[in-house]
Design a protein around this ligand. Structure first.
Ligand code: ADP
Ligand code: ASP
Ligand code: MG
Length: 411
């Protein structure tokens, strides 16, 4: 039974941490699966670790080391999803549903070697097809992978979404249902602003920007994968039956949307290198050590002063700040820069929308709105369909609400 050559309805579902956070919630998920089971020919269910288990495991590691080895950290974190996969399979059996759990090494889900942020390279579905043939629901531990050398990896925070979409692509599933604690994708985080409006549909392109810029409702890499393999995603709540949001190819109805949403990220920190001699090659001496350590630099700005020196400011993921400061301070000393400053209390606020391409004035409205609220813009970056500003983290919610109102996104 090759999934590609079948005439079967195959669905992949994914339940996030909150949805499987307690024994009661696991039972609720098992009940939902029991009801859904009869509508489909085959069902694969991906689960995240229970509640805040991944955070708990991370803090255990940080209690024994400031910079735990990422290899060992992956071994530790992968255990969270092992627990929830087994518990859901046990609970399904209690509901009279044949089910079997699979860890990623058992399938296997092969990834590259990048610990804490591995990419899926290949998924072997033969065990899943066998399990379907035996009438089982296949419960797969999300977030984890295995390298060709049998090392355990994880896909980065929020990575169970990517496991689900990867499985949906490999199984040629009809679509992928992502169950979470909100009813879909909104015009901004509904936990930050009650006026947020649920979207019926959003294009892969806009969703990719929203996810990449902090809207954690979907892991950014899973949207990329979904677009590549044309996997339709339905995001909905595991707590009710409200209609969710489809993430799919853009259609005529979406083209008219100026702005899909406003999003924020508090996950970055800012470093400034002051009084950098203004000579060719200097910037590379600062950025090469960061690249060699795998630290991603996001926004960069450079101000030239009259004394032939420049100030270079850039953002990096906040969890890499200590490592980055060590490398940048060393490089700054070597090139004769005057000093290094840093700020971890920043937020990146972004407006995203396909309609920006044909509608000038979005940036002006964004800057005007922030100015009216007295919020200073520290850095700006733009792409075809997004504008991002770095601001003081204290004003995150205020900025999100003001921009949401300014672009009339509410209900
Ligand atoms: P899960 O554990 O189910 O994977 P996550 O916490 O990773 O859930 O993602 C869901 C959360 O994403 C929501 O609770 C919500 O606060 C947040 N979120 C941020 N931006 C948005 C948005 N634009 N639409 C919906 N949810 C959003
Ligand atoms: N448990 C992992 C995390 O908390 C993966 C996921 O939830 O998708 O990041
Ligand atoms: Mg998530």
């Amino acid at each position: 039974m090759a999934a590609q050559k079948r005439n079967m309805k195959i669905i992949v579902q994914k339940y996030g941490g909150t949805s499987v956070g307690t024994a009661e919630r696991i039972k609720n998920v098992a009940q939902r699966i029991a009801l859904r089971r009869n509508d489909v020919d085959a069902l694969a269910v991906v689960v995240s670790a229970m509640g805040n288990e991944t955070d708990r495991l991370l803090s255990l590691a940080r209690n024994v080391a400031d910079f735990p080895s990422l290899r060992e950290q992956d071994v530790l974190l992968a255990s969270g999803e092992q627990v929830s996969a087994a518990l859901l399979a046990i609970s399904l059996a209690e509901h009279g549903i044949k089910a079997r759990s699979f860890l990623s090494f058992q399938l296997p889900i092969i990834t590259d070697k990048k610990h804490a942020g591995a990419q899926i390279k290949e998924i072997n579905i033969s065990k899943l097809l066998q399990s379907f043939q035996e009438g089982e629901v296949a419960v797969v531990a999300g977030f984890q992978g295995i390298t060709p050398g049998c090392e355990i990896t994880t896909l980065g925070r929020g990575g169970s979404d990517t496991t689900a979409v990867g499985l949906a692509a490999a199984l040629n599933a009809n679509y992928c249902e992502i169950y979470t604690d909100v009813e879909g994708v909104y015009t901004c985080d509904p936990k930050v602003y009650v006026a947020a409006r649920k979207l019926k549909r959003i294009s892969y392109e806009s969703m990719m920007e929203l996810a990449g810029l902090g809207a954690k409702v979907l892991h950014h890499r899973c949207v990329d994968l979904a677009r590549k393999y044309n996997v339709k995603i339905l995001i909905c709540s595991s707590f009710n039956n409200a209609e969710g949001t489809w993430v799919c190819e853009e259609d005529e109805k979406m083209e008219g949307t100026l702005i899909s949403g406003v999003t924020y990220s508090r996950g970055e920190a800012k470093i400034s290198v002051l009084g950098v001699p203004d000579k060719p090659g200097i910037a590379s001496l600062i950025f090469i050590p960061l690249a060699e350590m795998g630290i991603n630099v996001d926004m960069i700005i450079q101000n030239i002063s009259r004394q032939n020196t420049a100030d270079l400011t850039f953002t990096i993921p906040a969890e890499e700040l200590e490592k980055a400061l060590y490398l940048v301070t060393k490089a700054a000393h070597e090139i004769g820069a005057e000093g290094v400053h840093h700020d971890r209390h920043i937020a990146k606020i972004s407006v995203v929308g396909g309609g920006m391409r044909s509608n000038p004035g979005v940036a002006a409205r964004m800057f005007q709105t922030l100015a009216r609220e007295g919020i200073n813009i520290m850095m700006i970056s733009t792409s075809e369909i997004k504008i991002s500003c770095v601001i003081d983290a204290r004003y995150t919610e205020l900025a999100v609400r003001a921009l949401h109102d300014a672009f009339n996104l509410g209900v």
